[in-house]
Ligand binder design. Structure first.
Ligand SMILES: [Mg+2]
Length: 235
């Protein structure tokens, strides 16, 4: 019997452009404009760029997050990337709609509603959105749901899925801010295990064939098409 595809897909940094709205919210809340616009290929170079790269204070960043969390429209109002709608259409050409999970760690008011509505507007008929507490939760969900494929832009989320869910193929969508994990993925994963699961002694080399860097959503579509064909061949 062929194995069906079961896909876990992150939302922000994969389908939704969080950073542009976050940058604007930083300006609105703090009155300070310290970050250049995210245009012409410019992207932040690290995850916590507001504080670590551009000089906003931790208090300012906290105030911004407080405002995001209290806003019933922030997540629903995000724009998508240029290739998001095409990707969603291609996703459902390859995968049973009931076997697609959108897994996010977004915090906020009615965040599941906001995310579902956002996806519906972009062509997902009846989205299944799961709100995970953190990277650990994403890994545990991946094994619990039996995900065959998982895509995320945050290395820690990818590493957690690799660690907790040995059957899942994991895809990191590359951005400038996750470059550190792209350069030597085995070493980066090893470092993550030592930090988060230091006593388990997993062999980081064993993940190399389950972890793939991809540079576009089309690359993930291709991986799904290949996975579907492999499944068909095994029937
Ligand atoms: Mg993300």
């Amino acid at each position: 019997m062929g194995q069906q595809l079961i896909v876990g897909c992150d939302v922000d940094g994969v389908l939704a452009d969080f950073n542009t709205a976050y940058r604007q919210r930083l300006i609105d809340v703090t009155g300070r404009e310290l970050i250049p616009p995210f245009v012409n290929g410019h992207e932040p170079g690290m995850w916590y760029y507001a504080t670590d790269e551009y000089g906003y204070t931790k208090e300012e960043d906290s105030a911004v997050w407080k405002s995001i969390i209290a806003d019933p429209y922030f997540w629903g109002d995000l724009t998508n990337y240029p290739d998001t709608r095409r990707f969603i259409a291609d996703l459902y050409m390859n995968v049973d709609p009931e076997m697609v999970y959108f897994i996010t760690t977004r915090p906020g008011v009615k965040v599941k509603d906001q995310t579902e509505e956002w996806l519906r507007v972009r062509g997902v008929y009846n989205p299944t959105v799961l709100i995970a507490a953190d990277a650990e939760a994403k890994g545990r969900l991946a094994v619990g749901l039996g995900l065959t494929h998982f895509i995320d832009d945050r290395p820690e989320n990818c590493f957690s899925v690799l660690y907790h869910s040995p059957e899942t193929k994991v895809y990191l969508l590359t951005h400038k801010y996750n470059l550190w994990a792209q350069r030597n993925t085995v070493a980066a994963y090893d470092e993550w295990i030592n930090k988060h699961h230091p006593w388990t002694g997993g062999d980081p080399r064993s993940v190399a064939d389950r972890f793939t860097l991809i540079h576009s959503l089309a690359d993930f579509t291709q991986a799904l098409t290949n996975g579907r064909n492999e499944s068909a061949a095994r029937v």
